[in-house]
Ligand binder design. Sequence first.
Ligand SMILES: O=C(O)CCC(=O)C(=O)O
Length: 164
Amino acid sequence: MAISREVAAVLLETARAGYVLRTLAQGAGTVTFQYVPMMCDRTPISLSLLDRFATLASDLLGRSVLPRRAKGAKYYGDTGWHRDSGHEIASVGVVTYLDRVDSTNGALWVLAGSHAHREVPLPSIGSDGTAEALDTEPGDVIVFDEHLIHGSHGGGERRPAAIR
Ligand SMILES: O=C(O)CCC(=O)C(=O)O
């Protein structure tokens, strides 16, 4: 897959430059990640996906949209439950994992319906029995309301490309 090769090349280049995984607070837990914006002439495939998914987001939201960023990333271990937006305005996020992921190795976990209940507090990762893992194969795309509570647990290293 072309996007997979582009993300791999960018992650390799940034690792060689000394940019390594780092851990920050994330929602109800932490996130360990390496993150590279991919929105320039050196990342044409990622840039083209930004335009392509802007059209999809516009269709879903029924209005024009302003794409914010496209990124390649590497995540490791648990990512605490969080929402990608705390703003009132509706917004759409797109994520594709470049390797096969499932509940045992780092799939994205979601609390279905939580985007419609913004008052719901963030649980601790792994503690909410109603969460579902979104198993994906390379080429699958997850499109979600950025107010959805999501995270990951029980996995290792994984490489998502994301459009916001
Ligand atoms: O894969 C992960 O650990 C989480 C990714 C995530 O939260 C996101 O892309 O918004």
